[in-house]
Design a protein around this ligand. Structure first.
Ligand code: APR
Ligand code: ZN
Ligand code: ZN
Length: 360
């Protein structure tokens, strides 16, 4: 029997989202039905609503979620009914050329549920293959990772997207280590997670760069040792001055703009690493002198979803949270109801929140 549940739908480009009753099928082979407990509001949800991702309306929004497995389909062995899970949008396939080479975090053929959730018989496009602003959602089994149920769902769910992207940009992609110096450009949810990840990894100097003083205050709470308001001073010079004239070992760009990418490029030390985790718009271009790319050595990297491996990283991060070593609660700016997502988009655009989290 399909399940009729309330969900947040973007019906047409640029129109406010609405609450609708959708149909969620029983899980088929390899699928899992999850009762959603909490789901964060992310920029990507707004990008779907604005038609900036694709035109496959109607969208079922929401993708930073935690909940309880209610039913599993045939052949599912990684989770069972009653498990507390965090959803992910890159379920590893195990068979693509990257998985075969032992690099599952880069999986090139990630899975979603095969069956469609529907609105009045019309198939829905779930945001990032999840669709979790809903009382229940249907995902591929590999999209659900079991974690310690002692964690608050509204905090744990954030590991499913933005917080993982930031933590992983520092810990996985940037390989920040003990004694390193790090600069993080953009201190929203993603950038602040990169700051926390750098602190956890043992960085000695963590420089937060933003144009919004409210975000720099938060960055200090998350573990930044220095802050730079780049609307007031040149961040490249400021970072050099804070690092004995050298620049940082790892510069993390968490905005997705050419100007801040260039700042990150020039603020690193010789042989340092630049990590791009902010998502640029398709028109964005960077121009760099090739002699600088060569002469400075080091590495220019991009971070996909924090280069995470959900089965490895999600349970570990939840444990760090429960031990009091990873502050996820500070990312939860407010908890809201399903019908407050549109208002949360406005707060996000005004820069008032790190994360509004829908609690069901
Ligand atoms: N220089 C410095 N900081 C800037 C600039 C700039 N030119 N422009 C914006 N910022 C700051 C904002 O003040 C804000 O604090 O960058 C931060 C961006 O944070 P959010 O808008 O909250 O975005 P977040 O959720 O952290 O995501 C950041 O990562 O995953 C991607 O799509 C996401 O591209 C986005 C990026
Ligand atoms: Zn997201
Ligand atoms: Zn794969």
């Amino acid at each position: 029997m399909p399940h009729s549940v309330r969900a947040v739908i973007a019906r047409a480009k640029g129109e406010p989202v609405s609450i609708e009753t959708i149909e969620v099928p029983d899980p088929g082979p390899g699928e899992v039905l999850v009762g959603i407990q909490a789901c964060g509001v992310c920029h990507t949800d707004l990008h779907y609503r604005e038609g900036a991702i694709n035109d496959e309306f109607p969208f079922l929004l929401g993708h930073e979620a935690a909940g309880i497995v209610e039913e599993v389909g045939e052949g599912v062995t990684n989770v069972a009914p009653g498990d507390f899970v965090i959803l992910n949008w890159r379920a590893v396939c195990g068979q693509c050329r990257s998985c075969q080479r032992g690099r599952p975090w880069n999986c090139f053929e990630t899975h979603n549920a095969n069956q469609k959730m529907t609105l009045n018989g019309q198939p829905l496009s779930p945001a990032l293959g999840i669709g979790a602003f809903a009382e229940k959602t249907l995902v591929a089994a590999g999209q659900a990772t079991r974690v310690d149920p002692a964690a608050r769902p509204e905090a744990a769910g954030l590991i499913g997207c933005g917080v993982m992207a930031g933590l992983g940009a520092a810990m996985n992609t940037g390989q920040v280590g003990r004694g390193d110096s790090v600069a993080v450009f953009g201190c929203g949810g993603v950038g602040n997670a990169a700051i926390e990840g750098s602190r956890l990894a043992g960085a000695h100097t963590i420089i937060a760069v933003d144009i919004d003083p409210r975000k720099l205050d938060l960055a200090r709470e998350f573990g930044a040792t220095h802050t730079v308001d780049s609307s007031q001073e040149d961040p490249v010079e400021a970072i050099r001055a804070m690092t004995g004239g050298n620049g940082v070992d790892v510069a993390i760009e968490a905005i997705g703009l050419p100007s801040t990418y260039e700042q990150a490029f020039y603020s690193r030390d010789l042989a340092g690493t630049v990590v791009l985790v902010g998502v640029p718009n398709p028109e964005a271009r960077v121009e760099l002198p090739m002699i600088e790319v060569f002469g400075r050595g080091g590495t220019l990297k991009s971070s996909w979803y924090g280069d995470c491996l959900p089965s490895r990283d999600f349970p570990m991060l939840v444990d760090l949270y429960l031990q009091g070593r990873l502050d996820l609660d500070r990312f939860v700016s407010e908890t809201i109801n399903l019908d407050e997502v549109e208002a949360a988009f406005e707060k996000m655009e005004r820069g008032e929140v790190l994360r509004s989290v829908v609690v069901l």
